[in-house]
Write a protein that binds this ligand. Structure first.
Ligand code: LHQ
Length: 272
C-alpha cells in the first residue's frame, strides 16, 4: 500500500537538483516505492538540461539503511514458520530495482554528489559509493551491513569499495560489516570531505554550485574518461583521452576558458 508521504522530495536551487530520500522512520530503507521514485527522479534529472549537478541525500537522521528488511521478510514464502525455506530470488530484485538506477548514476553526464547526512548501510552505502563525490556530516557513518544478514555486498559495493579504499580495507569492511565513522571514512578515501552536521547543506551546495558552473561537456567527458580507466590498459586509455580531448577542444567553453584566462577575467561557460 503506498505511503502517504512522497518517497522522495525534490528541490531545485539554480541548476542544482537535490533528491532527498524520504522514509525517515526507517532511516530511508529502500522499499519498491522508494526505489521506483528515486529511479524516476534520477532519470528526470539526467534528461533535464537545466540540471547541471545532482545531489542525493536523506531526510531525518539517516542517509539510507539499505534494502528494507521488513519488506524482504514479508516475501519469504513460509514466513517465520520452520517449514523448509523456499529459495527467493534476490538477484532478480537487484536486477529489476537497483541496477538501472545505479547504472545511470555512473553513466549520466553530470556530477552526482552524495550528501551523507547520517548512516549509510547496505545498499544505502552502495548508493553513496556509486556517486561521483561524497560529502559527509560528522555524525554520518558507513556500514557494509550485508554480511550481518548473511548476504554479499551488492548494488555496486564490490566494484566501488576496493577502487576507493583498496583491496585490504575493502575486504575488511565487507567481511566484518563494522561501522566506519565519517572521520575514518575521510582518512581511508571513502569520502571527499567531512563537515559539522549543521554545515552539511551549505557545504554541499557550495560544492554543487561550483561543479554546476564548470563547463558541462568537460565535466561529462571527464566522468567518461575516469569511468573508462577502470577497465583499460594505458595505451587504450591514452587513445581514449585523445579522442575525448578532440571533442572537448571543439567546444565554445574550451575557447571561452582560454580567452578568459588570457584576459584575466572569470569565464562564462554556457555548455556549448
Ligand atoms: C530498518 C532498516 C532496514 C527496515 C533500520 N529495513 N527497517 C538488496 C536487495 C535485495 C536483497 C537484499 O539486500 C540488498 C542489499 C541490502 O541493503 S542488505 C542490507 C540491509 N540493511 C541492513 O542490514 C542494515 C540494517 N540496519 C541496521 O543495521 C541499523 O538500523 C543501522 C546501523 C543502519 C542504524 O542503527 P541505529 O542508528 O541504531 O538505528 P535503528 O537500528 O534503531 O533503526 C531505526 C529504525 O529504522 C528502526 O525501527 P524502529 O521501529 O525500531 O524505530 C529499525 O528497525 C529501522 N530500520 N534499518 N534496512
Amino acid at each position: 500500500m503506498p505511503e502517504t508521504q512522497p518517497a522522495v522530495l525534490i528541490e531545485n536551487e539554480g541548476s542544482v537538483r537535490t533528491i532527498r530520500l524520504n522514509r525517515p522512520e526507517v532511516l530511508n530503507a529502500f522499499n519498491n516505492e522508494l526505489l521506483s521514485a528515486l529511479g524516476k527522479a534520477v532519470r528526470e534529472a539526467e534528461k533535464d538540461r537545466q540540471v547541471r549537478c545532482l545531489v542525493l541525500t536523506g531526510a531525518g537522521r539517516g542517509f539510507s539503511s539499505g534494502q528494507d528488511l521488513a519488506d524482504v521478510a514479508a516475501r519469504y514464502p513460509n514466513g517465520a514458520s520452520d517449514q523448509p525455506i523456499e529459495p527467493i530470488e534476490l538477484g532478480r530484485h537487484l536486477r529489476e530495482h537497483y541496477h538501472p538506477l545505479l547504472t545511470i548514476l555512473r553513466t549520466m553526464e553530470k556530477p552526482v554528489i552524495a550528501a551523507v547526512n547520517g548512516v549509510a548501510a547496505g545498499a544505502g552505502c552502495s548508493l553513496a559509493l556509486m556517486c561521483d563525490l561524497r560529502i559527509a556530516a560528522e555524525s554520518a557513518s558507513f556500514v557494509e551491513a550485508f554480511i550481518n544478514v548473511g548476504l554479499v555486498p551488492d548494488s555496486g559495493s564490490t566494484f566501488m569499495l576496493p577502487r576507493l579504499v583498496g583491496f585490504s580495507r575493502a575486504m575488511e569492511l565487507a567481511m566484518t560489516g563494522r561501522k566506519v565513522t565519517a572521520v575514518e571514512a575521510l582518512q581511508i578515501g571513502l569520502v571527499n570531505q567531512v563537515v559539522p552536521d549543521a554545515q552539511l547543506p551549505e557545504a554541499t551546495m557550495k560544492l554543487a554550485k561550483r561543479l554546476a558552473e564548470l563547463p558541462p561537456r568537460g565535466i561529462a567527458l571527464t566522468k567518461r574518461a575516469i569511468n573508462a580507466s577502470w577497465a583499460a590498459d594505458l595505451a587504450t586509455q591514452l587513445e581514449y583521452e585523445a579522442m575525448l580531448q578532440t571533442t572537448a577542444g571543439q567546444t565554445r567553453d574550451h575557447r571561452e576558458g582560454v580567452r578568459a584566462f588570457l584576459e584575466k577575467r572569470r569565464p562564462q561557460f554556457t555548455g556549448e
